[in-house]
Write a protein that binds this ligand. Structure first.
Ligand SMILES: C[S@@+](CC[C@H](N)C(=O)[O-])C[C@H]1O[C@@H](n2cnc3c(N)ncnc32)[C@H](O)[C@@H]1O
Length: 249
C-alpha cells in the first residue's frame, strides 16, 4: 500500500516536471508566434515529432499502422450508418487531421458531402497525396482551416452529423470553450454531434501531450453555449468507444 502510494506520488512529481517543461516551451513558442493558439503549437510540435520519428501508435501523419487506421475508420463509418447516416447526408469531421476517417466517409458519401475542418491545413494537404489523382476530383471533399468564414460556409451546408474524435485530448482547459464554440457554430437543430473523448474524474495534464477534462469541466464549458454532454449509449453514435454526444438544452 505504502509502496503504491510512493510510486503514485513519484509519478505525479514526474508529470509536474514534464508539464513545467512543456509550459516553458509553449511560452517560448508563443513569444515567437504572437497571437497564435495552443492548437497551432500542437500542430507544429506534432509535425516535428513525426519528422523525428518520435510518434508511435499515432493516428496522425502518413507513417501509421494503415491496416488499423482503415479498420478503425470502417468501424466508425458502420456506427454512423447504424445511426442513420446515408450517402446524401453531410458529415463534418472536426479536427480531421490526416483524413484516415475522412477516407472512409469520402468513399461512402455523395461527392462533396464529406467536410474536414482543422486548425491548420498541413495534415490534410499531406493526406491528399496518398489518393489516386482523380479520386479527390471525383469525391470533392470540402477541406477548410477553421476560421469564422469557413465555419459560416460549412454551416451553410446544413451538416447532418459532426464527428470530433482524437481532438479534445489535445485541447488545453483554457481553450475548451473555444473548441466547442467552433464546433457548435456549424450545427443546426437537426445536427447530431458525436465527440470521441474519455472524460476523466479530474482535469489536468497527462504526458506526453494529452489533456484530461472532467465531466464537470466539459459541462461548464458547454453550459454557456446552450448544449449539454450526454454519455449514455441511447444518445451516442460510437457506443463501442468512450465519448459523448452534444445535445441542445
Ligand atoms: C490526433 S489528430 C486526430 C485526427 C482525426 N480526428 C482522427 O481521429 O483520426 C488531432 C487533430 O486535431 C486537430 N486539432 C488540435 N486542436 C484542435 C482544435 N482546438 N480544434 C480543432 N482541431 C484541433 C489537430 O490539428 C489534428 O489534426
Amino acid at each position: 500500500m505504502i509502496g503504491k502510494l510512493r510510486a503514485w506520488l513519484a509519478q505525479r512529481r514526474a508529470w509536474r516536471r514534464r508539464r513545467r517543461k512543456r509550459n516553458k516551451k509553449y511560452a517560448r513558442w508563443l513569444a515567437a508566434h504572437p497571437g497564435q493558439s495552443y492548437a497551432q503549437f500542437y500542430v507544429e510540435e506534432t509535425r516535428r515529432q513525426i519528422d523525428a520519428g518520435m510518434m508511435t501508435y499515432s493516428n496522425i501523419g502518413l507513417d501509421v499502422d494503415i491496416g488499423f487506421m482503415k479498420s478503425r475508420a470502417q468501424r466508425i463509418l458502420e456506427a454512423f450508418k447504424r445511426a442513420g447516416c446515408q450517402p446524401h447526408h453531410v458529415v463534418v469531421d472536426y479536427g480531421c487531421g490526416s483524413l484516415w476517417i475522412g477516407e472512409a466517409f469520402m468513399d461512402y458519401l455523395e461527392p462533396g458531402n464529406y467536410v474536414g475542418l482543422d486548425v491548420a491545413d498541413g495534415f490534410y494537404v499531406e493526406a491528399l497525396t496518398r489518393f489516386p489523382e482523380d479520386y479527390v476530383a471525383e469525391r470533392r471533399p470540402m477541406l477548410r482551416v477553421i476560421s469564422p468564414d469557413s465555419l459560416r460556409e460549412v454551416r451553410d451546408r446544413k451538416p447532418d452529423f459532426i464527428l470530433s474524435t482524437g481532438v479534445l485530448m489535445h485541447v488545453p482547459p483554457e481553450d475548451m470553450t473555444n473548441y466547442f464554440v467552433g464546433l457548435t457554430a456549424v450545427a443546426l437543430p437537426h445536427t447530431r454531434i458525436e465527440i470521441g473523448y474519455q472524460a476523466t474524474l479530474f482535469s489536468g495534464w497527462e504526458p506526453p501531450r494529452f489533456w484530461r477534462h472532467s465531466r464537470f469541466a466539459i459541462g461548464s464549458a458547454l453550459a454557456t453555449l446552450g448544449y449539454r454532454a450526454r454519455y449514455s449509449a441511447g444518445h451516442r453514435i460510437l457506443t463501442a468507444t468512450r465519448g459523448f454526444a452534444l445535445v441542445r438544452r
